[in-house]
Design a protein around this ligand. Sequence first.
Ligand SMILES: [Zn+2]
Length: 163
Amino acid sequence: MARTRLNPRLIKLNRSHTIEEVARHLRLSREAVRRWVRSGQLQPIDSGRPILLAGATLRAFLAERRAAAKRPTPPGHIYCLKCREPRPPALGMADFTPPPGRGAGNLRALCATCGTVMNRRARWEAVPVILPDVEVRVVEREGRIAERPTPSVNVAFKEHASA
Ligand SMILES: [Zn+2]
């Protein structure tokens, strides 16, 4: 298994990086880095050009990928960066953003435990296997799900769970 080793330590925590720099540090293609940004897995600092990525955001993203690769995520779960555990989506709901072309899109849901946004790349055909019994909504652009205030989601989830 020739898995690329991504070393988060090459990323300087307190500065921002261009796609070019990230690709060089991680020995990845620029296209691979752009895909992370396009899919919403990696949020740029702002909408300006060139696209800039915060070191801290990148480190967290890479750490999450490593952790997720180490432990298999059971069906019905997505790996939560904050909990450091696979978690089911809050309210049994998730968004799926299709890829611009062929390949994998992005599954996004809120962690049922802590409310943090969880992302997972997936092909549409695999979604029912990854998240059985979860209501998956197809969204053309990365959804508003990330912008929902976390507290109200937690409250809603508790109500849902006790109903
Ligand atoms: Zn969580």
